[in-house]
Design a protein around this ligand. Structure first.
Ligand SMILES: *[C@@H]1O[C@H](CO)[C@@H](O)[C@H](O)[C@H]1NC(C)=O
Ligand SMILES: *[C@@H]1O[C@H](CO)[C@@H](O)[C@H](O)[C@H]1NC(C)=O
Length: 343
């Protein structure tokens, strides 16, 4: 997400328009019990969970490159913002107690996985996602050289938004376009195959060029993030990234497939994904390399700042940073982030 300024400007009108006119009804699969578990081809590589969670992540303490009103704290200085509860839940949050003057920088955290990936089946289970005016939370993966090693935005939205956006960004690493006509790869349980993905297409060109960094993006349905997601007790975001595809599924807490709960995930049984990039349009193997996982909660900055007015909140985004009450729900609560690889 070094992207920005231009993105936003390019993307926002489209996104807001799309949001008001489309309302996808999502079909839920899962929660069907498989009495006889079959071994899938995916084996657990790493499970980020519990008391040692932060040992596997770096804390980023530079200035926010997207010009946010945020001060990213070190591990030592963020004991109140990044910690593991007794029940094993990992909490990442924005300071909602300290005084910050209008236009100042509020304390937050941004963490980067030490492990890097060239694909895998990523299962991220969140109890809660940050929500509230001025916020820009993100769960994403990126290579060391942006944009040439690519970026995959798995969870991203701003302010009190309730629509998740999945976005790919690529550079010279390989041609990459979202191909909405790539053909359906996954079927629903009843055998139906209405389309290749359920989400709402926002942009087709993944490659950044001539200052156009919008990336190729797909919107999830209303309520996929934000307060509805939180009130449902959170849920699971799943990404399958291999040489032939990058696909996303999302499951509400009450509809998490049994195979995921059993640690034996089988994407073939999950039905049509929310978003699906095929290697027919994108040189996936070359465009996305050596990614770390990043989780951060930014404030204002290029996207949330520009979109702040849409929420009809008082004052300007950077002034609203002074209002600590805005951050009472600025928390990401993680059950686990698990990465599986093909056996
Ligand atoms: C996260 O950090 C990256 C790099 O610092 C930045 O591009 C992005 O805007 C940030 N996003 C959030 C939500 O903090
Ligand atoms: C502070 O934030 C809260 C929560 O978003 C909001 O209800 C309240 O109106 C804000 N106060 C001011 C003075 O803007």
């Amino acid at each position: 997400m070094q992207l920005l300024t231009l993105i936003l400007i390019a993307l926002l009108p489209v996104a807001s328009l799309a949001r008001s006119h489309h309302h996808l009804s999502r079909q839920h699969h899962g929660s069907k019990r498989h009495n006889v578990a079959r071994d899938t081809q995916y084996k657990l590589q790493t499970k980020h969970q519990g008391q040692n969670f932060f040992d596997d992540w770096y804390f980023y303490t530079e200035d926010d490159p997207t010009h946010g009103n945020v001060k990213y704290e070190s591990r030592e200085n963020s004991q109140d913002l990044a910690y593991v509860q007794d029940d094993g839940t990992t909490v990442l949050k924005v300071d909602n107690k300290g005084y910050v003057p209008p236009g100042g920088k509020r304390r937050s955290v941004r963490i980067t996985s030490k492990e890097t990936y060239n694909g895998g089946l990523f299962i991220a289970d969140f109890w809660h996602l940050a929500s509230g005016p001025t916020l820009w939370p993100a769960f994403w993966t990126v290579g060391g050289h942006w944009p040439d090693q690519g970026e995959i935005d798995i969870i991203e939205y701003v302010n009190t938004g309730k629509v998740n956006q999945y976005t790919l960004h690529t550079g010279t690493g390989g041609e990459c376009k979202l191909d909405p006509n790539a053909g359906a790869r996954y079927r629903n349980k009843d055998g139906s195959q209405p389309k290749s993905y359920l989400g709402n297409t926002l942009g087709l060109q993944c490659k950044s060029s001539n200052g156009n960094n919008a990336g190729c993006a797909v919107d999830d349905s209303d309520g996929s993030v934000g307060s509805p997601f939180n009130m449902a007790g959170g849920g699971v975001f799943a990404m399958l990234w291999d040489e032939t595809q990058i696909s996303f599924w999302r499951f509400e807490r009450n509809h998490i497939p049994q195979d995921i709960q059993d640690g034996n995930p089988d994407p073939e049984t999950w039905g049509i994904p929310v978003a699906y990039w095929s290697d027919k349009g994108c040189d996936i193997a070359n465009a996305f390399r050596d990614h770390s996982i990043i989780i951060n909660i930014s404030i204002c900055g290029d996207w949330a700042g520009a979109a702040y007015d849409n929420d009809h909140q008082p004052g300007s985004c950077s002034d609203a940073v002074a209002n600590a009450t805005n951050y009472d729900f600025a928390q990401i609560k993680i059950n686990h982030i698990s990465i599986y690889q093909k056996a």
